[in-house]
Design a protein around this ligand. Sequence first.
Ligand code: PGA
Length: 248
Amino acid sequence: MKVIIKKTTDEMSLAGAKIFAELICKKPNCILGLATGGTPVGLYKELIKMHKQDGLDFSKVTTFNLDEYLGLDGDHDQSYRYFMNDNLFNHVNIKKENTYVLNGVAADPQLFCDGYEMLIKAIGGIDLQLLGIGGNGHIAFNEPGSPRSSRTRIVDLTPETIAANSDGRFFSDPKDVPTQALSMGMATILDAKEILLIANKESKADAIVKTVEGPATEDVPASLLQAHSNTTVIIDEAAAAKLTKEYA
Ligand code: PGA
């Protein structure tokens, strides 16, 4: 794992966006894995700026999102489809038909998940997967205990995750947060050719030290990334506060 510590959240976002932009320039028809949540918003803002100011071209890019709430339609303002349209897709020249987000209201959710896995494989696999991290070490909605071999499936959200997503940033009442989601699995994520995990704020410092310096264990899903051959972790100083070793 390559660990890069940036002074501020803005610097983290810019450094992460540059990795995406470089890939899009080198491979215009690349397959990107995208994430939602508070952390990637700044990175998406930088990509939008690069598109508007420098012509960064998304016209041949395909994207797959990590997860979606079970029961929420893409028009729901807390759905991850809505988030992606609002925070990135509506502001760049990506073709909407090339943006894949799990369907939270699929008639047969597991069948939909199986199809998602097949589509990712058929299209050649994800070139670069963006990840945030939960305070409990989850990536996507793979909560602690998620098997290394897991694939896209229906998952239960922990009370901690429900609380984190109803602190006013997204939902305002925990009762409104769906208790289940569809999520790429650990094996799906680990299949990506390159992975970029970003994290900011002190609330992520525990999860980051366990991810980077702790043992690789399903109890801290992000720590399984240690076994991936091309993973970069970009964090701000607050999220790096508990690291004990020296990093760039
Ligand atoms: P956040 O969530 O970016 O909103 O902090 C990250 C996550 O839970 O994976």
